[in-house]
Design a protein around this ligand. Structure first.
Ligand SMILES: [Zn+2]
Length: 888
């Protein structure tokens, strides 16, 4: 699963959630302190006090589920009652006792109506009191070498499931009917499912635990106009007498119940293939809404290359029947790796022109990689989730490294690491393999993903590529179709490398936090002593063993030294000849940790030109550009021509250090970059910088021309958006131009641009723009991360309208709260609360006015104000009701 929470965290929008977590952690700490104090008190206390000793419990621990029954085969026959958002199902389950003989079968079955449970046509007794577990009494006691089959007839009623969910997965209804009655003309009616973590049991009875796996067949009966998708191979389509059609999908390889999926709708299906080394052709279909058909290949077209690359890299062929991908609306997460039938949220809908700025290859790679790590080999418990997600996260690095280059991969990895640092600061630190989580959904955090990916990267660099990938191959082959825990991974690497790796797994997977290193050096004649101190709090973090490379640059030469940092205070001395030019600790730039390394700014300048990694150049530009000497300024100018786009973008932000006498030169640079840099991020930064710093005095005219040219001619929506925004910083006349351009651009199919237009209308528009804004925000045209800014800007504009307009467009808020999807849901509650606060202020103000008028004896005018208050109060009541429903 690809979660969407980091952006929300980085925007600080989950503040309330973060606070809750913080509190939980504090509670835990105080509990521990209390119990240790009490133990001491008890030992000194009198007998009378001793009799009051409280019971001390073992720490909370989430084990893997005890396996009573081995689920072997699942056959489902389903059809839908769209009007009621319900599903008729017949589940035929083949099972056997796992070890101990038993006459009972306990299944997870949530919010269902169970009609019957039968074995060979005879009714079995069952209990289904709590609408959670279906407890079946078998006809006799079975032993583990006996199989039996039960047939369950039921109705799935997902709307009756009490909702849970998490920051990663915003709901756990399992089965979702989107616009089932076709009431919203803008949206295609369709159905999709979401199993992870344990929500598959909302749509079929199963043992909904990650340490089960089962083969699968499913018969889906639909009206003939619909396409269906499920796991496994498409076997047949049969027309029924009543005009419906039954599609039959079958998967002979076992997988975990949370990976089961279905999607139904009038999708367009774009067909692609991947040919395995043995010549087998694997179908790859892209299921999209018909209007997206022409873009499907551009969105998903790298998939065959990814399968080929990952299969080769891992030395383990893609095992499953096919690899189809489907885009759905109102999805509750980012994407989900259902075996051979991956679901994506609508943020992946991008036109070819939008794909110039950004693509979702990383997410496509992430879900694909799960087909080895997660689907072929599955974590046995949610506490072991990093065995799925750390690998999927790391696949994004592997893909970037191969196809976009090491700089790009390192740049994204750095952002991933920052995601971990930021979010764990807010949400708290815990062991990677987190046995004492409070809610299994909490596992889907920046530890399992971001930190997990970085740990694997360190392990790869420690072992070397040969041992690392050989270890992964062994792990996959030894544990295929089996549940695993973290030790399986360690044992595979240990066997391949012939080396004990407990120390590595202990400190990174089974402990919390990360290293903090304080680095300094003392230089004497021909010798340099590098001091590396571990300064992390050893109460909560381990004292790490860190094998590192130190690069010593002197006299135009570099020497690399392998060292091991394993004490709190570490000292390493190296000889050098001539002039010492730089020291780089962690030359490979793989270590996840916080460093403080004070070194001369001249060294950073040297580092920019001589150290090979992205991070070397990024740090060099950040610190070296502070050097007042000409070399510092030259560094900025050279970085404008760096091969890697982000360094060029960063260099633009340093141009202000060049001083006013360089203005003409800087303007020329920005002009060139704004018009001809190959990367649209760089062009848009150059445009924004021109608008901020040069849209005045002697540069005003030329800047205006550059901005207008960009709006009219640049192929990138990102650049067009930046130029529009930039032009608003000019004269009143420029703003008029912007509004005219905006009007023309309303028809463009770009989520980012539409979100930008909402921002512009919020600041410069009027009530005549609300129609477009309302359409854009409710039609699904603004999706993914853009929806977050879109909703906030819309709400702010909406609040500034009069009460009549607010009432008229209240349906927009209602629609967003009903059908928002994961991104909207992340910010809507806060936006609504802000609206209520603003309204409260309006009401208080009117109340005050009315009282003042009353006491001044102006009761006529007071009555007018009270009339206004009534209107506002009506709106407020509606708003409060909506807030109650949303938070309800
Ligand atoms: Zn994932």
């Amino acid at each position: 699963m690809k979660r969407i929470f980091t952006v929300v965290v980085s925007l600080g929008l989950l503040a309330s959630c973060g606070t809750t977590k913080e509190k939980k952690t504090q509670d835990k700490v105080s509990e521990q302190t209390e119990s240790s104090t009490e133990t001491n008190v008890a030992s000194d206390a009198s007998d009378e006090e001793n009799s009051k000793i409280e019971i001390i419990e073992r720490p909370h621990y989430n084990p893997s589920a005890t396996i009573l029954t081995d689920l072997k085969h699942t056959k489902l026959e389903v059809d839908f009652m769209w009007e009621k958002s319900q599903m008729n199902g017949v589940a035929t389950l083949t099972c056997s006792p796992y070890f101990y003989s038993t006459d009972s079968l306990i299944l997870d079955a949530k919010a269902m109506q169970i009609h019957s449970v039968k074995m060979e046509g005879k009714d079995l007794n069952f209990k289904y009191n709590d609408a959670n577990f279906l407890r079946i009494k078998l006809d006799k006691e079975y032993s583990r070498d006996e199989e039996y089959t039960v047939v369950i007839e039921y109705i799935a009623k997902p709307e009756e499931k009490l909702e849970g969910g998490s920051s990663a997965i915003s709901s756990d209804k399992g089965l979702y009917f989107i616009n089932p009655k076709g009431e919203n003309e803008m949206q295609m009616p369709h159905i999709w499912t979401q199993g992870e973590t344990e929500a598959s049991s909302v749509w079929f009875p199963t043992i909904d635990r990650p340490n089960q796996n089962t083969t699968q067949e499913i018969f889906i009966t639909v009206e003939d106009k619909y396409k269906t998708l499920s796991n496994g191979k498409f076997i047949s389509a049969t027309k029924n007498a009543d005009g419906t059609r039954t599609d039959y999908w079958k998967q002979d390889l076992p997988h975990v119940p949370y990976l089961f999926m279905m999607a139904v709708g009038e999708f367009a299906v774009v067909k692609d293939t991947y040919t395995k080394p043995d010549g087998t052709v694997i179908p790859l279909h892209y299921y999209v809404e018909p209007e997206w058909e022409e873009h499907a290949q551009a969105i998903f077209g790298e998939t065959p290359r990814m399968i080929e690359y990952f299969s080769e890299l891992l030395g383990v062929d893609y095992k499953w029947d096919k690899y189809h991908q489907v885009v759905v609306r109102e999805y509750v997460s980012g994407a989900m790796e259902n075996t051979g039938a991956v679901v994506f949220g609508d943020f992946v809908y991008q036109t070819k022109r939008e794909l110039i700025d950004d693509n979702n290859h990383a997410i496509i790679a992430h879900e694909l990689f799960h087909h080895w790590f997660g689907n072929l080999v599955t974590c046995e418990s949610w506490a072991n989730l990093p065995l799925n997600e750390a690998f999927a996260n790391y696949s994004q690095y592997l893909w970037d490294e191969e196809f976009s280059g090491r700089d790009h991969a390192d740049y994204v990895a750095e952002k991933e690491a920052d995601g971990y640092f930021q979010s764990s600061k807010q949400m708290g630190y815990h062991d990677m393999i987190w046995f004492d989580y409070e809610d299994k959904e909490d596992m889907f955090d920046a530890h399992s993903y971001n930190k997990g990916g970085r740990i694997l990267h360190m392990l790869r660099y420690y072992l070397g590529d040969d041992a690392f990938f050989e270890g992964l191959k062994k792990y996959l082959n030894d544990n295929a179709f089996q549940p695993v825990e973290i030790h399986h991974l360690r044992l595979a690497f240990e066997e391949v490398a012939g080396e004990d790796l407990n120390w590595f797994f202990e400190q990174w997977f089974l402990s919390a936090y990360h290293p903090k290193l304080n680095i300094s050096q003392e230089v004497a004649e021909g010798k340099v002593t590098v001091n590396i101190n571990q300064t992390q709090d050893l109460e909560k973090a381990p004292l790490y063993k860190l094998p590192l490379k130190i690069g010593v640059y002197a006299n135009g030469e570099k020497a690399s030294y392998d060292v091991v940092v394993d004490k709190n205070i570490n000292t390493f001395t190296f000889d050098f000849e001539g002039e010492l030019e730089n020291i780089v600790v962690d030359e490979d730039r793989t270590l996840l940790g916080v460093f403080t390394h004070k070194k001369p700014r001249e060294w950073y300048v040297h580092q920019y030109y001589n150290a090979p990694r992205y991070k070397d150049r990024e740090k060099a530009l950040t610190y070296g550009s502070r050097l007042q000497a000409p070399a510092g300024k030259q560094l900025i100018l050279d970085a404008l021509e760096d091969d890697f786009w982000y360094i060029r973008q960063l260099a633009i932000s340093k141009l202000n250090k060049l001083g006013a006498d360089k203005n003409q030169e800087v303007f020329e640079y920005l002009n060139t970059m704004a018009t001809s840099d190959e990367n649209s991020q760089v062009r848009s930064t150059a445009i924004s910088t021109l608008a901020n710093d040069f849209f005045k005095a002697e540069f005003e005219g030329n800047t205006r021309t550059i901005l207008i040219d960009a709006i009219e001619k640049d192929s990138s929506y990102l650049v067009v958006s930046a130029a529009l925004n930039g032009l608003t910083k000019g004269t009143k006349n420029d703003v008029v131009k912007v509004l005219k351009f905006a009007k023309d651009l309303e028809k463009e199919r770009s989520s980012a641009l539409k979100a930008q237009l909402i921002g512009i209308y919020k600041n410069f528009g009027d009530v005549s723009n609300i129609e477009f804004m309302s359409d854009a925000i409710t039609s699904g045209d603004i999706s993914g991360y853009d929806a977050i800014g879109g909703v906030l800007n819309y709400a702010s504009f909406y609040q500034s309208q009069d009460v009549k307009t607010r009432m008229e467009y209240f349906y927009v808020l209602e629609r967003l709260s009903n059908n928002g999807g994961a991104y909207v849901n992340a910010v809507l509650p806060m936006a609504l609360v802000n609206l209520a606060r603003a309204e409260e202020a309006i009401l208080e103000d009117l109340e005050k006015q009315s009282q003042e008028l009353e006491s001044a004896g102006k009761s006529g005018e007071a009555t007018v104000i009270q009339g206004k208050m009534d209107q506002e109060q009506k709106y407020m009541d509606k708003l409060m009701l909506l807030i109650e429903n949303v938070s309800g």
